[in-house]
Design a protein around this ligand. Sequence first.
Ligand code: FAD
Length: 206
Amino acid sequence: MPMPTLAARARSSKRSGVSVMLASSNIAPVSIQPMSMLAPIPSSLSASGDKVKDDVLNVVPPQRAAAIAVQTELANADKRWCEVDLLTFESTQAKYVHVLGDAIKTSPLMRKSGHMANQHAKVCAAAVVDLLQARAPSQQALWSNACCSFINENEVIRSASVLTYSAARKRHQLVPGSEGISAGPSQQECIHAHDWASNIWSDMLS
Ligand SMILES: Cc1cc2nc3c(=O)[nH]c(=O)nc-3n(C[C@H](O)[C@H](O)[C@H](O)COP(=O)(O)OP(=O)(O)OC[C@H]3O[C@@H](n4cnc5c(N)ncnc54)[C@H](O)[C@@H]3O)c2cc1C
């Protein structure tokens, strides 16, 4: 008989819980029950957050840019994230090196997402063209973001927002009225999620 997956084991056991453990020293561990059918059971956590006892553990290691960014000193923000000029994505550590995606130190409203990494690439590409032609990079970019969370195979919750960037304040600001989150999981959002995925894959990979 094939071995059941961890998720299947969690589903089939009324005792099972799933813990998400953030292993960073300054972030408290979080214990979640992912399915309402599971009876809540306490997890065993040490005061320092180092120990979790449960049937299934999803351990999230301390978050930082990949080792290559740390080794090359591009990760110059607390040795965790790569600080960049958010209009050009040029590293503040190394001229002519541009860093995109989750590796960068974002401004407070900017989510770390695939959708946002895609926006980084577009803003960066346009800025590089400007820089090569000795023009000031545009400050007019609109930064959209969408994250789709599958609650199960058929239902999704989606959050979305649109930002602009203020070079003077060196931070992003929300376009009024652009932020939203689904009222709850729905099949309609699942259809939108699949459409979103097809569109962004086509945009990135075609
Ligand atoms: C559970 C989960 C759900 C998410 N849901 C969404 C969502 O709904 N929508 C959304 O937009 N985003 C979502 N995200 C976030 C999204 O996955 C990330 O923001 C996105 O993948 C970041 O892209 P990236 O290219 O910056 O980094 P990554 O996708 O992490 O890519 C970096 C790549 O570099 C490789 N690499 C590292 N070091 C080296 C090296 N030395 N040499 C060669 N290669 C190297 C890594 O192996 C990796 O493949 C989700 C993330 C998670 C974990």
